[in-house]
Ligand binder design. Structure first.
Ligand code: GDP
Ligand code: MG
Length: 434
């Protein structure tokens, strides 16, 4: 699945214009990935439309390859779909928890209590679930664990009464979290009760708890609760399982809110702030798209190679080292290379596979070379290899390996000098567009 997406990304490599067929293919595999992650069909179609339109209409920014241009649009559109992270204030507030039974409301209430308490706020919890037997006990146990007071009773059946008492009891408390009942399905009584609780408590936030495995029903649930009380944030639970949580995006779009927190486990500290990049990576089953786009940009802007000299035919060991450094900055090379094949450069697959340990060794070797040798490694004969080897305390094979590596790179660059297109491409890749 993710490999078809990667393949589609690869096909954009080395293109000098954005072509419709390649974009279509990319969008198709993106669609497959999103649908499998439970993202709503309508949302997927909207997303596809805007990606296609933007990719074909917008000019790639100067110095940015076609592939990076398209990837960046895909990324931006996906972030748009996330609706941004829901707002969390570290201030006095009342939070009303909404959602069906089993979604994770009570567990998340305990997690949130711990979260705000650790931020130094005074927290109180109200158990307004008088429907499910054992609901109070469950929440009381969680509250005891995080040392937060709770208002509620296993014997009281009037949820509204408990909320009234709780709000009074916690007048001096900074953060009040109200856990509610969920029932098994959307029923009128359930909605009526939460509407009433909402009126009594007048909460600052009404957060909807959605199970990551929920899929397409997320939309209906979100609509019902949103119509009833106005949802302003989504709490996505059970992200430690196999589900990718795409259903939450329907809830986000339906409520025009954002994901606030992610629950990824059953204990009270399994709570994370929502991070769009991580979420997108998970949805698509591929590496961190944003980091990749950013790293590519960074490399372009930081590379200090003298492009003109290289184009004139001068490629020194120092240039090679700089380039290796730049590529190394992009992180795990294998991963980066599989996503961002060096557009059009005829470099063998393993050419960039130089670990940082190796880089360090190359540096030591180069320190034992004379300036003349660094500028023109051709002059490094057998005796010179011996001298460099002794000077740097590195076996002669390593010196020869460095030289071999240099020759591979040099050949690759020579090959590129041939055509106008590849020259432009290389200049882009190496930055420094005058
Ligand atoms: P509620 O009915 O909405 O209050 O849901 P609960 O909080 O009682 O949770 C229902 C079940 O889901 C319980 O067994 C929880 O332990 C479990 N659960 C809740 N959140 C998570 C989560 O983030 N990860 C995992 N693995 N289980 C969770
Ligand atoms: Mg509950």
């Amino acid at each position: 699945l993710s490999s078809s997406l990667k393949d589609a990304v690869k096909k954009l490599a080395g293109k000098t214009v954005v072509d419709r067929a390649a974009v279509d293919e990319l969008v198709r595999s993106l669609q497959r990935a999103l649908l499998q992650a439970d993202v709503n069909v309508k949302l997927v179609m909207q997303l596809s439309q805007s990606i296609k339109q933007r990719a074909l209409e917008e000019e790639p920014p100067r110095g940015m390859s076609v592939r990076e241009h398209v990837l960046r649009i895909v990324y931006q559109e996906l972030v748009g779909l996330m609706g941004g992270a829901g707002k969390v204030d570290l201030a006095p507030q009342t939070i009303l928890m909404a959602g069906l039974q089993g979604s994770g409301k009570t567990t998340t209430t305990g997690k949130l209590a711990r979260y705000f308490k650790r931020k130094g706020l005074k927290v109180g919890v109200i158990c307004a679930d008088t429907f499910r037997p054992g609901a109070y006990q469950q929440l009381a146990t969680l509250c005891a664990k995080v040392d937060v007071p709770i208002v509620g009773s296993p014997d009281e059946h009037d949820a509204l009464k408990i909320v009234r008492e709780g709000m009074k009891h916690f007048e001096e408390t900074e953060v009040i979290i109200i856990d509610t009942q969920g029932r098994h399905a959307l029923e009128d009584e359930l909605i009526e009760e939460i509407v009433n609780i909402n009126e009594i408590a007048r909460p600052d936030h009404r957060w909807l708890v959605i199970d990551a495995a929920l899929g397409q029903q997320a939309r209906d649930q979100a609509r019902r609760f949103n119509d009833a009380i106005g949802i302003d944030g989504v709490l996505l639970t059970k992200m430690d399982g196999t589900a990718k949580g795409g259903g939450a995006l329907s809830a986000v779009s339906e409520t025009k809110s954002g994901i606030v927190f992610i629950g990824a486990g059953e204990t009270t500290d399994d709570l994370e702030r929502f991070d769009a990049d991580g979420f997108i990576s998970r949805l698509l089953g591929m590496g961190d798209l944003k980091a990749l786009v950013e790293r590519a940009e960074e490399v372009i802007s930081e590379d200090e190679m003298d492009v003109n000299a290289i184009l004139r035919g001068k490629f020194t060991l120092r240039d090679m080292y700089k380039q290796l450094e730049a590529v190394n900055k992009m992180g795990p090379l294998k991963q980066v290379m599989s996503m961002l094949p060096m557009g059009g450069m005829q470099i063998p697959d393993d050419a960039y596979d130089v670990t940082s340990t190796k880089m360090d060794r190359y540096k030591v070797i180069m320190d034992s070379m004379t300036p003349a040798e660094l500028d023109d490694p051709q002059i490094i004969s057998g005796p010179r290899v011996q001298r460099i080897s002794q000077g740097s305390g590195v076996p002669p094979e390593d010196v020869r390996e460095l030289l071999k590596y240099y020759r591979i790179m040099q050949r690759a660059l020579k090959g590129m000098r041939g055509s106008k297109f590849s020259m432009q491409r290389m200049m882009k890749r190496f930055g420094k567009m005058q």
